[in-house]
Design a protein around this ligand. Structure first.
Ligand code: ZN
Length: 363
């Protein structure tokens, strides 16, 4: 008995050390895109031989894929400066480890894993967003067990997860040691998601939660796992299985992303030169003059710039004397900017004019 316990403890410690070393290793790569959210990885839960939760009509893997793609489309459409990467874009099986690896390899700034919940009872409903952390109640642990059970479909699970048993409560004790340096950012992103799903889409609020998810613990960036509703609840299954429902959820996820991005980038604006002097190509970029078309000046920030200035490209703003000056377009040649300016004037912005920037500062 004692021997057995020691063994499992040793194994747990080994697992913990591997976990920590992977984590430290993956941190170096990060620092590069400081200040900008330029790559997001969208992870559609399950897929292929793993259907995930199965309702009366719908399978989790189909709903997550559809919502993931719609969310990515919205981001591409409204945030053209962001690269959207999917861990899967069709009905294929991808291991949990591989999903995290994709995010790390692509040096992503944000990771969002989309899932549907299920319960033995048809009663529970609502949305909850998880970050990696210590579960505070049995219900949260059960969600993690359910999602982590996906590794049962994996061929190298024993090796890849160091004999982690997704059904054993003890296994989660080691995961609880995990402290991500991105935890606060993950919590912030999770709050944005809950806020959108609850206040804008009217879903029942189950809150921001924490538990040990294998798909989250190896990602080296702020990461969340959102449970967009219960397939075991008939009304919610109908909603999630409908085009409208999926559109509402995806647009909420997009707005949460946009709000997080805007807040993050505002907070991380670097003073002085926009680029660090560690790469010769970037120094050239930093010295380049960029021409934009100023469309208007406002005392208050626009809530949803891409919506507000619909039909215009690359909306941006800079602050000057307490005013928010909105610009469209970004060109290396003044001639192109002049042409775009003419075009914009015909769209109702008669006083538009071209402004030049260097190092993000208006000349
Ligand atoms: Zn799932």
């Amino acid at each position: 008995m004692l021997k057995l316990r020691l063994n499992s403890e040793k194994r747990a410690i080994l697992f913990f050390l591997i976990l920590i070393s992977n984590f430290i290793f993956s941190n170096d790569v990060k620092a590069q895109n400081k200040g900008k959210i330029s790559t997001v990885v969208i992870d559609a839960g399950h897929g292929g031989k793993d259907p995930g939760a199965v309702g009366k009509k719908a399978k989790e893997k189909d709903i997550t894929l559809s919502v993931a793609k719609m969310t990515g489309d919205y981001i591409k459409q409204h945030c053209p400066d962001v690269k959207v990467i999917y861990t899967r874009s069709n009905d294929t099986f991808v291991s949990l480890l591989r999903r995290a690896q994709i995010a790390n390899e692509k040096n992503a700034d944000l990771f969002i894993s989309i899932h549907c919940n299920a319960n033995a009872s048809t009663q529970p409903c609502g949305v909850e967003t998880f970050v990696m952390g210590e579960h505070r109640n049995v219900a949260n642990l059960e969600v993690a067990k359910l999602e982590n059970a996906a590794i049962m479909y994996e061929e190298n699970a024993q090796e890849d997860y160091n004999n982690f048993n997704p059904n054993s409560t003890e296994a989660y004790i080691m995961l609880n040691f995990f402290q991500s340096e991105y935890k606060n950012a993950s919590l912030t992103f999770a709050e944005h998601i809950q806020n959108q799903l609850v206040n804008r889409v009217g879903r029942k609020d189950r809150g921001v939660q924490q538990a040990g998810f294998l798909v989250l613990y190896k990602t080296a960036m702020p990461s969340v796992l959102v449970e967009i509703g219960f397939l075991s609840n008939p009304a919610e299954e109908n909603f999630l299985n409908s085009k409208d429902g999926q559109t509402y959820i995806a647009s909420a996820l997009f707005r949460a992303f946009r709000d997080y991005k805007n807040a993050y980038e505002k907070e991380n604006v670097t003073e002085g030169p926009a680029y660090e002097n560690n790469n010769s190509n970037k120094i050239v970029d930093a010295n380049k003059v960029i021409y934009k078309v100023q469309i208007e000046s406002r005392s208050k920030k626009v809530d949803n710039p891409s919506q507000h200035y619909k039909g215009l490209n690359a909306i941006d703003f800079y602050e000057h004397n307490g005013q928010y000056k909105y610009t469209a377009g970004a060109f290396e040649s003044k001639k192109e900017a002049d042409e775009y300016c003419k075009d914009i004037k015909t769209k109702g912005y008669a006083s538009a004019f071209v402004v030049a920037f260097k190092n993000g500062i208006r000349l």
